[in-house]
Ligand binder design. Structure first.
Ligand code: FE2
Length: 198
């Protein structure tokens, strides 16, 4: 079964002006599609044929010769996780998530600031994440290129794409403005809360 790009759960123009239709069209229709097309070329006949996407990611991470499969599988998973994390007119935060964030960051503002700071600190392409660690704490982490929390046995709750293709049309080089708009206006906190382990 070839991998496919999932449909967006909102219209292309639904997130404007925070994230424009042009950005979404390019990002979802061209960039995400390109990772999936490449993955479908690489997997057949490889050691990863027949495995789930998560199994491919864990099995190809830091495996010599499997870099291209890891990068395209990781980016497919990362974008699958990214799209449903967004919604227009993002609303309030469920109490269960709010209390966990306050417990580990002090305040919601402090969490938001840490998320923006780590997203800015990622040198070059990559992602910034909210995760639950193996010890059960919430933490903000960053990763290069296609790497994601699965390979560190962490539970991802939220990921923000800081590849330039995610913000350059709308924000040019102002990654900080993109990250701030992301946490202030774009995150579906209900979805993030639903990812908290029970
Ligand atoms: Fe992306």
């Amino acid at each position: 079964m070839p991998f496919t790009v999932p449909s967006l759960p909102y219209a292309l123009d639904a997130l404007a002006p925070v994230m424009s239709a042009e950005t979404l069209d390019l990002h979802h229709g061209k960039h995400h599609q390109a990772y999936v097309t490449k993955l479908n070329e690489l997997v057949p006949g490889s050691a990863f044929e027949g495995l789930s996407l998560e199994e491919i990611i864990r099995g190809s991470f830091e495996r010599p010769g499997a870099e291209a499969i890891f990068n395209n599988a990781g980016q497919h998973w990362n974008h699958n996780f990214f799209w449903p994390s967004l919604r227009p007119d993002a609303g309030g935060m469920p109490g269960r998530l709010e209390s966990r964030l306050k417990g580990d960051f002090g305040t919601i503002d402090a969490f938001n600031a840490e998320f923006v700071k780590q997203g800015l600190a990622q040198f070059g392409s990559g992602w910034v994440w909210l995760v639950q660690t193996r010890e059960g704490r919430l933490a903000v982490t960053k990763s290069a290129n296609a790497i994601n929390p699965l390979v560190h046995d962490q539970t991802p709750l939220l990921g923000c794409d800081v590849w330039e293709h995610s913000y350059y049309v709308d924000y040019r080089n102002r990654r900080a403005d993109y990250l701030q708009a992301f946490v202030d206006h774009l995150v579906d906190w209900d979805v993030v809360a639903s990812r908290l382990p029970a």
